[in-house]
Ligand binder design. Structure first.
Ligand code: NAD
Length: 478
């Protein structure tokens, strides 16, 4: 992986003009290799290959595709060690996390959709004595799949698996900061028997580059993007002229609401995880914590104490809880949010700086900020780092208002032992995914996605297939 290439029509190739960019390990700051930088020519070649391959791939049976998807899952599992290491070197995340979460879940994404596609059904309506209507489900065509850097293979496979299961072909544009596991996935697909052209990978940047060219391409039918809300807006604009079908999983500023009647140990332990796992670089992290006033002091004290105990350092060390942020540039962005929060009256109880014992790498201490309100930038903008704010609240109505006072609506978590309140508040919160007394627990059959500016559409189970298939109705006069 010292020289990461595109994968087009079944072959690894450099860019036509030979352009590359550097790949850097954020935990060491070292350049670990080069990545081919794709432009219009590579996107066009990849889209043409995907279109050619669509003719036969779309005519395979669900059983045939499912068998190939299971082989991909087997190969991901067989290559778990290597994939986890590549993911850690690209992202700076703890290797233990890549091994226990990112890579196993990537394999499971393929297994899940392989099994699900075999049970997909459609509707039949009989107009008695007049006509019989039945719907046929068909793949849509060529999909552009654009993925982010925080859970690179996990989130990419969450798109590739249903896309292929449904009979589409694709051009993948991985995040420029994390090109390696997508490239390894291409190799695995070939080994598993995916025909040439069905899966293509073009590396490169977003705006005015490979990402945008993919979204503009007139022969791409679908775009599935996971990324920032601003990126969603840009992609919607560039996809408009060819009226593509869009699925967006975008940013979040998720509330984590703790009522005084919660199971304290459960709430605090899970809150530490939902705040700082993967360095807080998870779209579902609960970055705005609201605690009912009687519990506030105790909760803040415990959160600060546990945040300080998290071991931050070498991602390859199995004892490490918190690795490096994705890049030095991102660290500066995260730190900028913290600095401005302090200028606006916020108090940093722990963190807010680089750890003193680490001389190099984009490491940033888990950070807890209090004395902020809903007018502060830190409670409104997505930081996407190990930074949380904690605010007290007095009433259910107040916390619902605060939680919903955002243009994001990805997820929300609430902690209470009052069943009626749990249902009541869950019903009022404006978020696509709501957890009660848990976090990150997912049944892949359920709808996943954001409300408001956190996304468009839902992924998971049949919802992924609603996006990746067309229904056509056949009406037969009797
Ligand atoms: P990003 O938006 O910067 O980049 C995501 C991808 O989009 C990259 O591959 C990038 O190259 C590409 N891109 C950027 N601009 C583009 C353009 N104009 N046209 C086409 N492609 C373009 O996001 P990121 O920094 O990689 O990831 C972090 C963001 O992703 C956060 O906002 C996070 O909340 C969000 N995210 C959301 C979910 C979810 O499920 N809702 C999951 C993970 C991450």
């Amino acid at each position: 992986m010292e020289r990461v290439l595109h994968f087009i029509d079944g072959a690894f190739v450099p860019s036509e003009d030979g352009r590359t960019f550097d790949n850097v390990n954020p935990a060491t700051g070292e350049r670990i290799g080069t990545v081919a930088e794709g432009g219009r020519a590579e996107i066009d070649k990849a889209v043409r290959a995907a279109r050619r391959a669509f003719r036969s791939w779309s005519r395979t049976t669900a059983q045939e595709r499912a068998a190939i998807l299971h082989r991909i899952a087997n190969l991901i599992e067989e290559n778990l060690e290597e994939l986890a290491l590549l993911e850690t070197r690209d992202t700076g995340k703890p290797l233990s996390l890549a091994k226990s979460l990112d890579i196993p879940r990537s394999a499971y994404n393929f297994r899940f959709f392989a099994d699900f596609v075999k049970g997909l059904s459609t509707e039949t309506f009989e107009m008695e004595g007049v006509a019989l209507n039945y719907a046929l489900r068909r793949p849509v065509g060529v999909a552009g799949l654009i993925s982010p850097w925080n859970l690179p293979l996990f989130l990419l496979t969450w798109k590739v698996a249903p896309c292929l299961a449904a009979g589409n072909t694709c051009v993948i544009k991985p995040a420029e900061l994390t090109p390696m596991t997508a490239t390894k996935l291409a190799e695995i697909c070939k080994q598993a028997g995916v025909p040439d052209g069905v899966v293509n990978v073009v590396h490169g940047f977003g705006p005015d580059a490979a990402g945008q060219f993919l979204t503009e391409h007139e022969d791409v039918d679908l775009i599935s993007l996971t990324g920032e809300t601003t990126t969603g807006k840009a992609v919607m604009r560039s996809a408009a002229s060819t009226l593509k079908r869009l699925s967006f999983e975008l940013g979040g500023k998720n509330p984590n609401i703790v009522f005084a009647d919660c199971d304290f140990e459960d709430a605090i332990a899970t809150t530490v995880r939902s705040s700082f796992v993967n360095q807080g670089e998870v779209c579902l992290c609960g970055s705005r914590i609201y605690v009912e006033r009687p519990l506030y002091d105790r909760f803040v004290e415990a959160l600060v104490d546990r945040a300080r105990k998290l071991r931050i350092g070498d991602p390859l060390d199995p004892q490490t809880d918190v690795g490096s942020l994705i890049s030095e540039e991102h660290l500066q962005r995260v730190d900028g949010f913290v600095r401005r929060a302090v200028e606006q009256g916020g108090r940093v109880l722990t963190g807010g700086k680089r750890p003193e014992h680490l001389a190099r790498g984009a490491f940033y201490e888990p950070t807890v900020i209090v004395d902020v309100d809903e007018t502060c930038e830190i409670t409104r903008q997505e930081v996407f780092g190990p930074v949380v704010t904690v605010q007290p609240f007095d009433t259910e109505e107040e916390v619902i208002r605060l939680a919903n006072d955002t243009h994001y609506g990805l997820s929300a978590t609430l902690w209470t032992s009052n069943l009626k309140r749990a249902h009541r508040v869950a019903g009022e919160l404006e978020a696509g995914v709501i957890w009660v007394n848990t976090w990150f627990l997912r049944d892949l059959r359920t709808p996943f996605g954001g409300m408001k500016q956190s996304g468009i559409g839902r992924e998971g189970g049949v919802h992924s297939f609603e996006f990746f298939t067309e229904l056509k109705n056949v009406c037969i006069k009797l």
